[in-house]
Design a protein. Structure first.
Ligand SMILES: Cc1cc2nc3c(=O)[nH]c(=O)nc-3n(C[C@H](O)[C@H](O)[C@H](O)COP(=O)(O)O)c2cc1C
Ligand code: SF4
Ligand code: SF4
Length: 440
């Protein structure tokens, strides 16, 4: 059986799956349920001293486009938007510390790492709470530099609204928090970034220099959907969102930061299935958080996702998931490769396989495919070799070949404007010239 354990900086997790901070781990019972579900680590609901952020309006959660895809076997389709108005825990930090004390042994007895999260306003709040969490038994802290809606408009003193997302937007301030926390506690610290920051590589470097043991990203951001029947925005304002398709953005930053620093990364936002766990790790993540998908799927899906990961590793004969971390990074396309890879291709239809659906005719923007009755035909001289037709043909009737000569390729691209490229088309033009007859 493959080894699912991963190294997250100094922490060893029995598997890479972590609860994304949120209501899944908002009370002692919930945390124990997450442990029982099989997570490698549980990240608790963020607490803060902001009274404003401890209160939420209703409805709390809104799913857009979710029911369109309810037949999906994973219950979480690939295209929906989750919008919510849930901010920090309704339980203040001083009380949440008791919850940590209550569950710490349970987590450790079940080989589950316990990660606390807190969003502070000013160093004094950070010091008090992070020290109290460490004392209560957390193995690590996510420093909440991500909560998107500090109560800026509602407080007289801007310092009282400098929290969450502000620390990603102003990483030098976040760096000060990390530096000070490293002086007072000896547990690993993972700043959690907001996707609304700027140059995350720069941010990562600042936090690394300040002593961060790793990074966690991303949290939610402001998304907008509109109900076109009513013309009203859906759950929009100081509300946050996530969606499976945002995964591509998260992956991009996991890989960029992995290439730029050696900080271990907790990747999250948009991972909804077992194969996403693999993808995140191949991009460089050391572990993977899931929040909203598990809320939708139910805790039973933790084991299913881990089973999916295990089966994949077995199929690929990989002994340890740790070995796939960052596997994709060395294959990232470089500018030099882009030049080296310029080549001339053309596509060809296998008439025996073609069922004449004409999907290829619709997608060829180069006008290189002719619809024939029950079949289609590619005009080689016009084919730009983009390969789109071969990718959408439902019966794989289209093969892609390399051309013998580059001129044919450029000719295909310039086909409509032969008059501007007389040299390129001289043989074609010659062929087109009408034969001389006695009459002329
Ligand atoms: C209902 C809900 C509550 C959340 N609460 C917190 C929180 O308290 N602290 C935090 O850092 N992130 C919070 N998040 C963000 C998640 O931890 C996670 O970063 C985000 O949802 C993206 O991951 P996902 O696509 O797996 O949901 C919350 C997300 C949701 C959906
Ligand atoms: S998409 Fe495939 S099957 Fe359909 S017409 Fe084109 S080649 Fe034939
Ligand atoms: S490869 Fe591209 S350009 Fe060539 S026929 Fe197919 S869709 Fe058209």
């Amino acid at each position: 059986m493959p080894d699912l354990s991963v190294q997250l900086g100094p922490l060893k997790l029995k598997n890479p799956l972590i609860t994304g901070a949120g209501p899944l781990a908002g009370t002692a019972d919930h945390i124990r349920a997450c442990v029982d579900a099989g997570f490698g680590a549980v990240c608790t609901k963020t607490t803060s001293h902001s009274f404003y952020l401890q209160r939420y309006p209703r409805p709390l959660y809104t799913l857009v486009d979710y029911m369109k895809f309810r037949e999906n076997p994973y219950y979480v389709p690939r295209d929906y938007t989750w919008l919510h108005r849930e901010h920090n825990s309704f339980i203040p930090p001083d009380i949440f510390v008791n919850i940590i004390k209550e569950v710490a042994d349970y987590c450790h007895d079940h080989n589950c790492v316990l990660i606390g999260t807190f969003a502070g306003r000013g160093i004094a709040e950070w010091e008090k709470t992070v020290a109290a969490y460490a004392e209560a038994g957390v193995d690590a802290m996510e420093l909440n530099f991500c909560c998107p809606f500090p109560p800026t408009e509602l407080v007289a003193d801007p310092e009282d609204a400098f929290m969450g997302i502000e620390y990603t937007k102003h990483p030098e301030k976040g760096g000060e928090v990390v530096r000070r926390m490293k002086e007072i506690v000896d547990i690993p610290l993972f700043p959690k970034l907001s996707p609304a920051g700027g140059d995350f590589i720069e941010v990562a470097k600042i936090f690394k220099q300040a002593g961060a043991d790793g990074l966690s990203f991303f949290a939610n951001e402001k998304f907008m959907r509109i109900d076109i029947e009513t013309g009203k925005p859906v759950n929009y304002g100081p509300c946050a969102g996530t969606m499976p398709t945002i995964k591509a953005h998260t992956l991009r930053w996991i890989s960029d930061i992995s290439l730029a620093t050696d900080l271990p990364i907790i990747g999250g936002r948009g991972a909804t299935r077992w194969d996403d766990i693999i993808e995140f790790m191949m991009a460089g993540a050391a572990a993977v958080e899931m929040c909203s998908p598990i809320m939708l799927q139910g805790l039973g899906y933790v084991k299913k996702h881990l089973q999916g990961v295990e089966e994949f590793l077995e199929r690929k004969r990989i002994d340890s998931i740790q070995s796939i971390r960052g596997r994709a990074l060395k294959h990232i396309y470089t500018a030099q490769q882009m030049i080296d890879d310029v080549k001339a291709l053309y596509s060809e239809i296998d008439m025996l396989k073609c069922i004449g659906c004409h999907r290829c005719t619709d997608v060829c923007v180069y006008g290189a495919i002719q619809a024939l009755p029950q079949k289609a035909r590619i005009l080689k001289e016009k084919c730009a070799g983009c390969t789109l037709c071969a990718q959408i043909c439902p019966v794989a009737a289209i093969d892609v070949h390399e051309r013998d000569n580059d001129d044919d390729h450029f000719r295909a691209l310039a086909w409509e404007h032969q008059e501007f490229f007389p040299e390129l088309f001289k043989d074609v033009q010659n062929k087109k010239k009408p034969k001389k007859t006695k009459a002329n």
